[in-house]
Structures are given as C-alpha cells and as structure tokens.
Design a protein around this ligand. Structure first.
Ligand code: GLU
Ligand code: MG
Length: 433
C-alpha cells in the first residue's frame, strides 16, 4: 500500500476537490503542487459544468500548505489531506482561488481597520442514516445515541490542531451542532473546511452519513453556519468591544457591522449560495430573513453575542459578533471574504449601524420596514445573484473575472435543479453536501 495525501481546495461550489499524491513526495509537492485545470472552477455541486471562460485551455497548480494538513486515524484506515492554494504556473495566486480571495479581504481589513481577524465557524449538520432517536431536541438520549461519533469527532478536531468547544444534539431531527474555538485569518476558514470533512469522515467510519446541506425538509429547521468574528489590533489586543459603544461595539465593530448589514442583500449569494438555502432563510427559523442587528437575539442576521465574563479584560476578549446568514453550501473562505469586504466598506465609509431589533420583523409591512431601513433579504438564489450582479460596489471587491464566473456557475446549478420539486431538491443537496 502507498500512503497518499490528498491535496485539496474548497472551491466556488463549496466542494473539497483535489488530487492525491504519494506521501513520500511531500517535499516536492509542497513546492510544485499537483496539476490543476482552470475550468474545474465551473464544476457545480452536481458535477454539471457551467460556461467557462477558460474552456479546455490553461494549467494551474494546486500547492498543498504544510500548515493546513490533516491526518485522521480511524480503526481501519488513515485519511490524509492538505488544503492548499491554486497558483499560476509562475507561482502567482490565481484570481479564483478561494484562499487567495480571503487573503485579499483580510489584507483590506488590515489596511482600512488596522486589525486582524479572529473567527470561529459554528456548524449544524444532520445524520441521514437513521441513527438518532426522534423527539430529542437538545436531548441527552439523542446525544448518547451518537456519543461515539461525537467523541471521535472531537478527538479528530483536536488532533487536527483545532480547539473543540462543544457538541450537542440540536433542535432538528438527527441534527447535531459542533463548535470550535476561534482561529486567526485564513486558518479560521480552513478550520471550517476541516470540521466539515472530519464530520463526514467520522460519520462514514461509524457507518453513518452526515450532511451539511442547508435544509433537508422545509417543514423543519435548517443547518446553519454561524460565523463569529472579533478583531485584534497591532499589539494583539482585542479591538471589538467598547463599554460605551452601541451594544458594546467599538467604533470599528460598529462601522464594520453597519457595512455588513448595508451590503447583506448583495453578498447573500456568496454566503447562502444554494437553491435550498432560501428555504432556510425565512422568518421564525432562528436563521436570517432581514438585514437586522440583534443584541443577543437569534432571529437576526448579525448578532452581538453574549459574554460570560465579568472583568473588563475578559469581556473585551470574549466579545464577538455573529453572522448568521450563512450555510455550508458556501465555501467558508468565500463567505468570510464577502462578509469582511462588506464590513471593510462600512469602515471606509464611516457607516453607523442601525439600532438592534427586539421584535418580529415579519409582522411589519414592506413600507414600515423600508421606513426603518430594513430589507427582506432575497427569497431565492436567482434574486440573490441579481443583487450581487447589480451591485457595482460589491462586484468591485473581487477580481474582474470573479463575478461573471460565479454568476455562470450558480446559474448552472439553478438549471440543474430547475425541474425538480422541493423534496427532490432537498434530497439532491443532502447528497452533495
Ligand atoms: N438552525 C438554525 C439555523 O439554521 C440555528 C439555530 C441556533 O440558533 O443555533 O441557523
Ligand atoms: Mg445551533
């Protein structure tokens, strides 16, 4: 047997794709990578291929990053993969590499805000293999039924260098939630990919199947991805909190939040990018339906999270804001890049955030919403893509090639499920994610 390492990218479809090479070639591959094809970027989550500006032409390299490697040992086999960067043959970052797109956003945050990012992705997933009892929202029996899977997963996450925080039986049928501690910059998005991959692998080795699809049944809850963000200044000190700021937000956090909320409708196609994502983003599902700020309110797109500490230094360290309009059909790097750019735009433009809401916005008329500066977020992927396409500011945050490629990609995905009813769409997404 030859030990193989899978060099991987999490691509525009939010899929983890790549090629495996013999482990004894690692030194060479860390420099020269494995060959990659530009048009791969147009492979949708259903393996259809969208219109590609590259056709059959061109060559790229997928270069594994030694700091983003995972070795997951299971009883009968070991899985090894390494996330990496897609570069041109000259070694320059490729415009459609999702890690490069995130680095661009992190650099902008450093430039306009003078801060670096700490982020933690909180994930919900469901087991589709039947190994979880009914009527067990937050239940112990529901947890115990999968204690083995939960314990193996948490051990794998720690082995991968992440900080497992907690895991539980979530509200939905066979739904679980896994939380890890924050990581810096690109590592935070890498960590989200690693959580998803290790969950799927752990389930597979336990004879179960885990899915991160945004929703399995519109009559039930969705699987959210909540992105917790905080900032560190040049000295590595927390810069997110100010006791005298709105909801405890520092000036920087307030302007960042205002930017995220202002551009939310136009970045949604990047953070909730599947057709069924919009079944989840409806009122009363504790997801996100409006561009509102919540102070500890789970029915908001952007939430100021509670802190458990009392002393000022710990409060400042714990304080974070949570973006809730994301799901795991999105590549974490791309979703985070979009949120960061929106926040940076808010900082650059000196925006002020709206007052937090403490009411059911679905009861307000469209006029009343508009009068208070709220919008109902796009209700379909088509509408979300249109907002992205029409927003010159948002498109301008990315390299020129990005918008046309992404729009063609997502429209091909829409075409793939166009003739399916809702149940068939949910089933298809549950298979691919
Ligand atoms: N399942 C909800 C979602 O789709 C989130 C529930 C929670 O607050 O954890 O985002
Ligand atoms: Mg949850």
């Amino acid at each position: 047997m030859t030990d193989l390492i899978f060099a991987a990218t999490c691509d525009l479809a939010g899929k983890v794709r790549g090629k495996a090479f013999p482990a004894d070639q690692l030194d060479k591959r860390l420099h020269r990578g494995v060959g990659w094809t530009p048009t791969n970027v147009q492979i949708t989550c259903f393996d259809s291929i969208a219109d590609s500006p590259f056709g059959a032409l061109g060559d790229l390299l997928l270069v594994p990053d030694k700091d983003a490697g995972v070795t997951a040992r299971f009883e009968n086999s070991t899985e090894r993969f390494m996330l990496g960067d897609i570069v041109t043959l000259d070694g320059d970052p490729w415009d459609l590499c999702t890690r490069a797109l995130l680095r661009g956003a992190l650099d902008r945050l450093q430039r306009v805000g003078g801060v670096s990012l700490l982020a933690a992705f909180e994930h919900e997933f469901q087991l589709t293999s039947g190994g979880s009892p009914a009527y067990e929202a937050y239940g112990r029996a529901g947890f115990e039924a999968q204690r083995g899977l939960c314990e193996t997963l948490m051990a794998q996450l720690a082995e991968a260098g992440l900080s497992p925080d907690s895991i539980m039986k979530e509200y939905g049928p066979a739904q679980y939630e896994v939380v890890i501690g924050p990581e810096q910059g690109v590592r935070a998005a890498d960590a989200a990919v690693i959580v998803r991959e290790l969950t799927r692998a752990t389930a597979r080795h336990a004879g179960e199947r885990a899915t991160y699809a945004p929703i399995l049944d519109p009559a039930s809850v969705g699987n959210g991805v909540h992105i917790h963000m905080s900032f560190l200044d040049a000295q590595g000190m927390p810069a997110t909190y100010d006791a005298n700021g709105p909801c405890g937000m520092s000036g920087l956090t307030a302007a960042f939040s205002a930017g995220v909320l202002k551009y939310l409708d136009s970045i949604l196609a990047l953070t909730a990018p599947s057709v069924v994502s919009y079944l989840r983003l409806t009122p009363h599902r504790w997801s996100a339906a409006y561009n509102n700020l919540g102070f500890r309110d789970r029915e908001a797109s952007l939430r100021v999270c509670p802190v458990t500490a009392k002393d000022p230094a710990s409060v400042a360290r714990q304080f974070n804001i949570e973006y809730r309009a994301a799901d795991a059909a999105a590549c974490p790097h791309l979703a985070l890049a979009a949120v960061l750019h929106a926040g940076c735009q808010g900082i650059e433009d000196g925006l002020t955030p709206p007052d937090p809401t403490e009411e059911d916005l679905s009861l307000l008329s469209p006029e009343a919403l508009q009068a208070r500066g709220f919008v109902r977020l796009p209700e379909t992927l088509e509408a979300a893509l249109d907002r992205f396409e029409q927003n010159d500011t948002v498109r301008g945050w990315f390299p020129d090639v990005f918008a046309p490629v992404y729009l063609a990609h997502k429209r091909a995905e829409i075409a793939f499920v166009a003739e399916m009813d809702t149940a068939a769409r949910c089933a298809a997404y549950s298979q691919t994610y």
